[in-house]
Design a protein around this ligand. Structure first.
Ligand code: NAD
Ligand code: UD1
Length: 357
C-alpha cells in the first residue's frame, strides 16, 4: 500500500497529514479545488519533506475530472479530507454543503469502485455525537441524533454511506476518524490554518484577535456548568492528528472501523486564552457574551480505542500548540501583524520552545 490520493491535501489538516505520510514513505497525489486553501501549501510540503506531491486542481463535484484522474492513475488508498466545514455557512446554505460534501463523496466513491480502489480513510468529526449523556464520547455511542447544523449532518450521512458501501462489498474497507478540535500547526511555522473563509472556531479567531484583524475575542458563555463557566473541548495538536492518519493506514482493518482522534482531556475557553497569553506574554482583549446557539458545555474524546488498535496517542500539549501558533503567526506576511507588531515567545512560559525567533 504505497500510493495514496489525498483529497483536500492542501488544506489545514490535509497538508499536515501529507507531510507525515511522505515522511512515512508513501507516494502522495493531492486533489483539491483550492476553495479553502492555497497552492503555496505544495511549496511548503516540498520544503518540509524534499518531495513534491503531484497536484490535481479538481473539484469532487466534477465527476468527469475525477474520472480522468482515476483512469490514468492507480491508487492503493484514498484519504478523504475535502469538504466544506463552516458551520454557520452550512446553516445559511445547506444545499451547498450537502452538494459539496455528500455528492462530492459519492462521486469519489463511484470512481473508487469503478477503478478498484478499495480503501478509504475519511475525516469525520466529533460533531456527529451531538449531545450525549456524558461528556466523554465513545465510538459505540449512538450518533446523528439532534445534530444542530447541516455540516454535522453531512458528516453523519457520509459515515452511513460508507457503512452501506462496505456492506455491499466485503473487499471495501473504510476507516472513519472522528476528529475533536484540531489546533496548532507545523512547528516550522511553514504550514498552518490559513482559511479563505470566515473562521468560527476558537483558535483561528484567537489568531485573528492576536494579529489585530479582529478587535476582541468573544467568549460564548461563562455560565456553563463547567469548572470556570466556559465551554470545554478536546483540543488536539494538528501534528498529532496528522500522525493519527499514518497509524490508521498502517493498522487498517477490513470493514468499517471508527476511531476518535482526541487527547482525552478537556480544556476550557478561559484556559485556552490563558495558554495563549502565557506563550505570547500579551493579554488578549476578551469579552464574555451570550452562549452560542448549538454549543455544548463540555465534550471530549475517549481515545482508548485508537490507542489500543492504532497504537496511537496524542503527545503534544496545548502549550506546544500555542508555541507553534506564534511561530506561524510571525511567519505570515505583513500586514497581518502590522497592528500589534511581532509576537515573541514568552521566556517565562512553562513551554520549552525548540527555536527562538
Ligand atoms: P480545510 O478547509 O483547511 O481543508 C479542506 C480542503 O478541501 C480545502 O483545501 C478545500 O479547498 C478542499 N475542498 C473542499 N471542497 C472541495 C471539493 N469539492 N473538491 C476538491 N477540494 C475541495 O479544512 P480542514 O480543517 O483541513 O478539514 C479537513 C477535513 O476535516 C474536512 O472534511 C473537515 O470537515 C474535517 N474536520 C475538520 C475539523 C476542524 O476543526 N478543522 C474538525 C473535524 C473534522
Ligand atoms: C464547532 C462546531 C462543530 C464543528 C467544529 C469543528 C458549532 C456549534 N460547533 O465545534 O459542529 O465540528 O466546530 O469545525 O459551531 N468559542 C468562543 N468564542 C469564539 C469561538 C468559540 O468562546 O469566538 C468557544 C465555543 O463556545 C466552544 C469552544 O470555544 O466552547 C470551541 O469552539 P469551536 O472552536 O467553534 O469548536 P466546537 O464548538 O467544538
Amino acid at each position: 500500500m504505497n500510493r495514496i490520493l489525498v483529497t483536500g491535501g492542501t488544506g489545514f489538516i490535509g497538508s499536515h497529514t501529507v507531510v507525515e505520510l511522505i515522511k512515512a514513505g508513501y507516494e502522495i497525489d493531492i486533489l483539491d479545488n483550492l476553495y479553502n486553501s492555497k497552492y503555496a501549501a505544495l511549496d511548503k510540503i516540498t520544503q518540509l519533506t524534499g518531495h513534491r506531491p503531484t497536484f490535481f486542481m479538481a473539484d469532487l463535484c466534477d465527476a468527469a475530472a475525477l474520472e480522468r484522474i482515476f483512469a490514468k492513475n492507480h491508487y492503493d488508498l484514498v484519504v478523504h479530507f475535502a469538504g466544506l466545514k463552516a458551520v454557520a455557512e452550512s446553516v445559511a446554505e445547506p444545499l451547498k454543503y450537502y452538494d459539496n460534501n455528500v455528492v462530492g463523496t459519492i462521486n469519489l466513491l463511484k470512481c473508487m469502485q469503478k477503478y478498484g480502489v478499495k480503501r478509504i480513510v475519511f475525516s469525520s468529526s466529533a460533531t456527529v455525537y451531538g449531545q450525549q449523556p456524558t461528556a466523554r464520547n465513545q465510538e459505540t455511542m449512538v450518533t446523528g441524533v439532534n445534530l444542530t447544523n447541516p455540516y454535522g449532518e453531512t458528516k453523519h450521512v457520509i459515515e452511513e454511506i460508507l457503512k452501506d458501501v462496505v456492506d455491499s462489498d466485503p473487499e471495501f474497507s473504510a476507516t472513519i476518524l472522528r476528529y475533536f478540535n484540531p489546533v496548532g500547526n507545523h512547528p516550522s511555522g511553514l504550514l498552518g490554518e490559513d482559511p479563505n473563509d470566515i473562521p468560527n472556531n476558537l483558535m483561528p479567531i484567537i489568531m485573528k484577535v492576536a494579529s489585530g484583524e479582529l478587535s476582541e475575542l468573544k467568549v460564548y458563555g461563562a455560565d456553563y456548568p463547567t469548572r470556570d463557566g466556559s465551554g470545554i473541548r478536546d483540543y488536539i495538536h494538528v501534528v498529532d492528528l496528522a500522525r493519527g492518519h499514518v497509524s490508521a493506514i498502517f493498522h487498517m482493518r477490513p470493514g468499517v472501523n471508527i476511531y476518535n482522534l482526541g487527547t482525552g482531556k478537556g480544556t476550557s475557553v478561559f484556559e485556552m486564552i490563558a495558554a495563549f497569553e502565557q506563550a505570547s506574554g500579551r493579554k488578549l482583549p476578551v469579552k464574555v457574551v451570550e452562549r452560542r446557539p448549538g454549543d455544548l458545555p463540555e465534550i471530549y474524546a475517549d481515545p482508548s480505542k485508537a490507542e489500543q488498535e492504532l497504537n496511537w496517542r496524542a503527545n503534544l500539549t496545548i502549550a506546544d500548540a500555542m508555541r507553534d501558533t506564534l511561530t506561524y503567526l510571525n511567519n505570515r506576511p505583513k500586514p497581518l501583524l502590522a497592528m500589534l507588531g511581532r509576537y515573541t515567545l514568552n521566556l517565562n512560559s512553562t513551554t520549552s520552545p525548540s527555536r527562538m525567533m
